[in-house]
Write a protein that binds this ligand. Structure first.
Ligand SMILES: NC(=O)c1ccc[n+]([C@@H]2O[C@H](COP(=O)([O-])OP(=O)(O)OC[C@H]3O[C@@H](n4cnc5c(N)ncnc54)[C@H](O)[C@@H]3O)[C@@H](O)[C@H]2O)c1
Length: 465
């Protein structure tokens, strides 16, 4: 199955003009490490690369002016800062060519559309948006604009993932028939979603979107196919007030978060006095440059913790997806697992591929070998093991490659493997996530064409033929 591409889907990877002007919406941790510090090329943080000869950070928009001020003070910079209501003023005063959007997920759509209305190119963090209605609005805005949307589906850029794409492209599996995909998010990273904004579906779309979009995009991309129907079960098993680990269920501790943490097995597991805090690409502020105040997002007088009453989203999912080309997937996600990573099997008419990935070796409760292997089983032959390189840098070496592509120009693999993700890729990744939680809620299969406006139009035109 080769997907018919939409006119505005071929985002390609642009050769950037030297000294492209970038504005950032959302000075998040992700924005700092992935974009802001590399663009500043601060010699204090060589680990993020130095792209100061390729681009300039000209403006920052955030709800939190204190956070932006602290950043400028820390960096000795004077990058103009703007509140959300002054988006248009930021554009007219700082004249960016590209807007990077790395604020909380639920705010992406607004900034993407405003940027496109100004004919600016957009680089948006995943998930592109948090539901299909927003995805439709983005796709329409892009059609009207001279700007284009690039979605940061960085998981594509990890070496093992590129190798899987190559193996499928080379026809080793024949036609893909079905996929087994189990994602474990460990007790450190998984629990963190429940004391951050991600626990609120109106801000993140829930875990099948804020996190699941990585996984669903990988499958869409590997299979070069589009999802058609989704059925799911899911529930909240580990977090929220009814958690079996909630200390308040045993003792009345008067709602004190400090006391809850002191007794909480998730906290105690990972915060051992005298030991370094765990390493995580998403969370830990290991350098002062990333450890800026969150005065507005997390007011000090409203501490959030993983057993709070308002937690509604699911932390456990079993999902089945059918693709247009006939393949299906059984996907399982658990956000309170003892180790982090995935187990993947892909079956085809001519062979099978298997691999296990350990995302956070330093947090694994057992030793993990370096470098990921992919086992290929021809249907009628002996197993062949493909080794893949262990790369340094964020998200298994994906982020440095992607940064080069964004700020300098295409990688050799970009065209070969269709690496850059555009608005339609972003939309279909979100669509599976939305269909999954809606299926849980409504206890029925959900057709993607009922959610995604562009799919609705497509299925109408097929019916009319
Ligand atoms: N691609 C990846 O691997 C990856 C990894 C981590 C995060 N992300 C994505 O990056 C984005 C940021 O995530 P994070 O966890 O680093 O965020 P964060 O919690 O560190 O920061 C969020 C920032 O957004 C700001 N903000 C909140 N509401 C806003 C609004 N209405 N307008 C402008 N700014 C607003 C906050 O003040 C804060 O500075 C999210 O979309 C997330 O899904 C992607």
């Amino acid at each position: 199955m080769t997907v018919q591409r939409h006119a505005n889907e071929r985002v390609g990877s642009k050769e950037r003009h030297p000294m492209t002007r970038y504005a950032i919406c959302g000075l998040s941790r992700r924005a700092l490490g992935m974009y802001a510090l590399p663009l500043l090329g601060s010699p204090l943080f060589p680990g993020y690369g130095d792209y100061s000869a390729h681009g300039e950070l000209v403006g920052i928009l955030d709800i939190d002016m204190e956070r932006v001020r602290a950043f400028n003070t820390e960096q000795g910079s004077a990058i103009p800062s703007y509140e959300p209501k002054h988006f248009d003023r930021m554009v007219s005063e700082t004249t960016p060519q590209v807007v990077i959007i790395a604020s909380t997920d639920g705010t992406h759509a607004e900034y993407i559309i405003k940027s496109l209305e100004n004919d600016l190119d957009v680089i948006t963090e995943k998930p592109m948006v948090i539901d299909c209605a927003q995805a439709g609005a983005v796709i329409d805005a892009e059609k009207r604009s001279r700007g284009s949307v690039r979605v940061i589906h960085n998981a594509r850029y990890a070496q093992p993932h590129m190798q899987i794409k190559r193996m499928i492209r080379q026809g080793l599996l024949g036609r893909v028939t079905n996929v087994e995909f189990t994602w474990n998010v460990d007790t450190y990273h998984g629990s963190s979603y429940f004391h951050r904004w991600n626990r609120d579906r109106s801000q993140s779309g829930g875990l099948t979107i804020t996190k699941g979009c990585h996984h669903f995009d990988l499958i869409n991309w590997w299979l070069d196919d589009r999802p058609e129907q989704v059925f799911a079960y899911g529930t909240l098993n580990y977090y929220g007030p009814d958690s079996p680990h909630n200390p308040s269920r045993q003792d009345d501790i008067g709602g004190s978060v400090a006391e809850q943490k002191r007794r909480c097995p998730y906290h105690r597991r990972w915060h051992v006095p005298g030991l370094e805090p765990p390493k995580d690409d998403h969370l830990r502020a290991r350098e002062r440059a990333l450890d800026l105040p969150y005065t507005v997002q997390y007011p000090q007088d409203r501490p959030m913790y993983i057993y709070d009453e308002e937690i509604r989203i699911e932390d456990t999912y079993s999902v089945v997806v059918r693709y247009r080309g006939g393949a299906s997937m059984a996907y399982s996600a658990n956000f309170s697992a003892p180790w982090e990573g995935y187990v993947l099997g892909i079956n085809g008419t001519h062979g099978r591929l298997e691999t296990v990935h350990y995302t956070a070796p330093s947090r694994c409760p057992f030793p993990v070998r370096e470098g990921q292997q992919i086992a290929y089983y021809p249907l009628f032959g002996e197993r062949q093991v493909h080794e893949t390189r262990q790369m340094s840098g964020g998200h298994g070496g994906a982020d440095p490659l992607l940064r080069h592509e964004l700020f300098v120009g295409p990688l050799p693999e970009s065209e070969e493997l269709d690496l850059p993700a555009g608005s339609l890729d972003g939309a279909y990744a979100v669509a599976v996530g939305e269909a999954a939680w809606r299926s849980v809620e409504e206890n029925r299969p959900i057709d993607i064409s009922d959610l995604l406006p562009i799919e609705r139009k497509r299925s109408q035109s097929i019916e009319e033929r």
